[in-house]
Design a protein around this ligand. Structure first.
Ligand code: ZN
Length: 488
């Protein structure tokens, strides 16, 4: 098996410039900012505390959203019997190339009677078991979610974006009507949009995938797609409507109000640790990360500046005074007392993308102020310590907004409207971004776009009314406007 893995690259001391080599820049930032690393198992990553803290902030936000609308968390086994996996034909076909199997166990490594798949996703085991809990329409809907990790045996790996194990949530819901299940898929898409835009400050396009890009076994797939700073799209979350496909394969039925047996309608949906990669690629710069305050493990870092023990004591007492106010206000802050030069500390926290830095020296103590530097503008401003907690909260909110607006501008500046395949080919030869174009809904035209542009795909279908104009490929009347991009 030929494997291309970035873990074989050297660990460079300084960060590669983003404009020189985006991929190398990305790896440098992820590793030097201590977000993640490769492990002793090829293609499997370790999420380090600083990266995990961002994921935790995302999980808390999303968990609150789904609890609010009546979803419950539960936990299913890591391993799935082969027979369960084989029941839904399209699903099996879609996942078969990426499944890792457990075939032996115990001290003598005895062969198991039935091979067990390490879950690539849990539709099949949940489908096979949930029918125990669903008898009547009164048992519906079942709104469930689990936080776990899954394994997909990828041949190419990239930290956070593509690794053999990743962490995510998988929601699985079961309903008495198709309409209700479709509304559920749409509700979750709205949550994903909010996670991307309101929390991660990444504007997204959202809508349906084409049949060719639909999740194996689904009727349709909804997606949110963000644009990274190299102009490539990143799928940031998907929500699938299964109709009765999974219920048919796993015989999940209920007695409806007319007392007839009817198959359930189901959905599934997921976001993953890939979103930490999105934070890096949507906001980072040549100095490293820029972390949106709402998910920043450290929102404010305080760098004390002192010459001797006397001035250290003076500065420390001063910081202690208002440090408690920050804590009480729920501001995640850290005072950097490490034995390093201030300049090295500035570089360290810039690399880590901490939104706000406060420099505090003996003269600041006398003046009752601190020097505030934000990671976006890098301007230095003197700020009085009276009312500092409220001031920093306002600064963090403004930072979150500015970061989103900057990303919106980037997305606007890199979104184009074209009408023929030749134009699209020429466009992607020179640059990237999103390109809107009219399409006839034909899978052959879609396949031609991909082959003739070297991998550009339809990321999402415009949910608005029928498109005008002609298909960019065949010239027949267009059915939809679609967003094209090269994607991760
Ligand atoms: Zn066409």
């Amino acid at each position: 098996m030929k494997e291309t893995v970035e873990e074989q690259q050297d660990f460079v001391k300084d960060i590669t410039k983003m404009s020189d080599d985006f991929d190398r820049w990305y790896t440098d930032v992820v590793r030097k900012a201590e977000l993640a690393d490769w492990s002793g198992v090829r293609g499997m990553m370790v999420v380090r505390p600083y990266g995990w803290a961002m994921w935790e902030a995302i999980t808390r936000a999303f968990d609150d959203m789904i609890k609010e609308s009546g979803h419950e968390n539960w936990a299913f086994p890591l391993l799935i019997p082969r027979s369960y996996l084989m029941k839904e034909a399209e699903h099996v076909e879609g996942f078969a190339p990426e499944v890792a199997w457990v075939t032996r166990a115990g001290g003598d490594m005895e062969e198991l009677e039935e091979p067990l798949a390490v879950r690539p996703t849990s539709e099949t085991i949940i489908g096979a078991l949930i029918k125990r809990y669903i008898q009547s329409h009164r048992d519906l809907p079942k709104l469930t979610n689990q936080w776990n990790s899954v394994v997909r045996w990828e041949m190419r790996s990239r930290l956070f974006l593509r690794s053999r194990e990743f962490w995510w949530q998988e929601g699985h819901t079961f309903h008495a009507s198709g309409q209700e299940a479709m509304e559920e898929a749409q509700l979750i898409l709205g949550y994903y949009r909010s996670i991307a835009e309101d929390w991660l400050a990444v504007p997204v396009l959202s809508g349906k995938k084409t049949p060719a890009e639909t999740f194996p076994g689904a009727v349709y797939t909804l997606t949110v797609e963000g644009l990274m700073r190299d102009g490539l799209a990143l799928q940031m979350g998907t929500s699938h409507y299964f109709g009765q496909n999974f219920a048919r394969a796993y015989d999940i039925s209920f007695s409806n109000k007319a007392n007839e047996r009817e198959l359930c309608y189901s959905t599934s949906w997921g976001i993953s640790t890939r979103l930490v990669g999105a934070i890096v690629m949507a906001h980072g710069d040549d100095s490293g990360l820029l972390v949106p305050p709402k998910v920043a493990p450290v929102q404010v870092v305080v760098v004390p500046i002192f010459r001797d023990d006397a001035s250290r004591i003076k500065v420390e007492g001063f910081i202690d005074g208002w440090g408690r106010e920050l804590k009480a206000a729920g501001i995640r802050h850290r005072v950097d007392w490490r034995d390093e030069r201030p300049g090295d500390k500035y570089a360290h926290w810039e690399l880590k993308g901490v939104p706000l830095r406060l420099n505090v020296g003996a003269r600041d103590v006398d003046a009752g102020q601190v020097e505030l530097v934000d990671r976006l503008s890098r301007e230095r401003r003197a700020v009085p310590v009276a009312g500092i907690a409220a001031r920093l909260q306002a600064e963090l909110a403004a930072f979150q907004t500015k970061l989103f607006e900057r990303a919106q501008k980037y997305q606007r500046d890199n979104t184009f409207e074209l009408s023929t395949l030749d134009e699209v080919i020429a466009h992607f030869r020179e640059r990237s971004g999103f390109v809107w174009a009219p399409w006839c809904d034909d899978a052959e035209c879609e396949a031609r776009i991909k082959t003739e542009t070297g991998g550009v795909t339809i990321r999402t279908i415009d949910s608005d009314e029928k498109a005008s104009g002609k298909c960019l490929v065949c010239g027949k009347p267009a059915e939809h406007r679609v967003a094209l991009a090269k994607a991760y």
